[in-house]
Design a protein around this ligand. Structure first.
Ligand SMILES: [Zn+2]
Length: 380
């Protein structure tokens, strides 16, 4: 009896020892593959996808053979996160890393979920709660189309550093003064380093800092306006560069189909405050005029803003009278961190390819990323 027990125990120990060796081997291989992928030239979207397929596979094979404990798997996930975040961004929210890309996450497959799916209902429940927290953020996109708003992540054509920066900004995880003082309880001032006028939050830096409104915000806005203008030139067969980025808008452009004004002060009979819209398009064939108002606000009450286009209503009335056309105002609004509302619909109205909405969003995000880097002195 004692002997049999001994044999059983020895066998167990042998299995246990070889388990440890195998696990170590697996862990090393998993780590090696992640590192290789991170060093590759893949962009943010593709690198995660590649980790999910190529690196996680190693673990999946071991799932039925090795007896992983929950702790071991969690440690491995932690190791993976550490490696990934070092490249993508150091302060990314954990739940977010695992959230699906079309929900604004980065879509990493956790080893834990891969191997012990059914055994970790509890853990999943916790993760579900974390996701719910993130979704609360997503609500700032309010009634906007979440899938559309996060399309830039899903498409994955953004540089991984920039993608990391934007997601960290959305999660309020950037090292702003406000965060350092109020969240991390460091000593110092929480006021904006550009001019001390308000707390230095991500929101402040991206949309309400008066010190950079005329420079950085204007640059971001103008780039966006330039993109819209380029699209209009394309649509009406006016001369334009092949790449929108090289496009410079001229004050007045005209052909038999259209007249396009850029940042142009319009002479009116009546006194009108706002008479210098970003772009005015007079379609001669349709005898219709669009006043295009481009804005990159910080908060996401886009719907409200899209409805509230009062600013140029007086001008619209005046133009209808002066130019004898029907006129309406078209808002092109995109939130600093990428949320969009009815933009696609408005672009369609201008007969601009609705797919351009991606590029418009992309341009705004790049502008915001540049501002964050500059103010917070983040290399990239
Ligand atoms: Zn400021």
């Amino acid at each position: 009896m004692a002997n049999r027990w001994k044999i059983w125990a020895m066998g167990s120990i042998n299995t246990w020892v070889s388990d440890i060796k195998m696990k170590e081997k697996t862990r090393k291989e998993y780590k090696r593959r992640i590192k290789l992928l991170l060093r590759s030239k893949l962009n943010g979207g593709n690198v995660i996808r590649a980790i999910n397929t190529w690196a996680v596979t190693v673990l999946r094979y071991s799932g039925g053979i090795l007896n992983w404990t929950q702790e071991e798997l969690q440690n491995m996930d932690r190791m993976a996160r550490k490696l990934i975040n070092r490249t993508l961004h150091p302060r990314a929210n954990v739940a977010r890393l695992y959230l699906q890309r079309n929900e604004g996450g980065r879509g990493l497959q956790s080893t834990e979920e891969t191997i012990k799916t059914e055994e970790h209902v509890l853990k999943k429940e916790r993760r579900r709660k974390e996701k719910a927290l993130h979704r609360q953020y997503a609500k700032i996109a309010d009634k906007t189309d979440i899938k559309r708003t996060y399309k830039w992540i899903k498409n994955g054509y953004m540089k991984k550093e920039t993608e990391g920066l934007i997601t960290a900004a959305q999660d309020q995880a950037l090292p702003t003064r406000w965060r350092k003082v109020k969240i991390e309880k460091q000593s110092g001032k929480s006021l904006c380093r550009m001019g001390n006028e308000r707390d230095e939050t991500t929101f402040h830096i991206l949309s309400e800092c008066s010190k950079i409104a005329q420079t950085e915000y204007k640059k971001r806005h103008d780039k966006l306006a330039q993109l819209v203008h380029w699209n209009l030139c394309k649509r009406y067969g006016l001369q334009h560069e092949r790449n929108w980025y090289d496009h410079t808008a001229e004050k007045v452009l005209e052909n038999e189909k259209v007249k396009i004004l850029w940042d142009f002060s319009i002479q009116t009979d009546h006194v009108i405050q706002a008479r210098r819209p970003d772009i005015v398009v007079k379609d001669k064939e349709m005898n219709h005029t669009w006043i295009i108002d481009i804005a990159v606000p910080g908060d996401a009450r886009i719907e409200e803003k899209e409805e509230k286009i009062e600013k140029y209503q007086d001008l619209a009335r005046e133009l209808s009278w002066l130019w004898m056309t029907s006129t309406n105002v078209v808002p092109v609004i995109i939130v600093t961190l990428g949320a969009v509302g009815r933009l696609e619909e408005f672009l369609k109205m201008l007969e601009v390819d609705e797919k351009e909405v991606d590029r418009v969003q992309f341009s705004a995000l790049l502008g915001s990323a540049r501002i964050l880097r500059k103010v917070l002195d983040i290399p990239g």
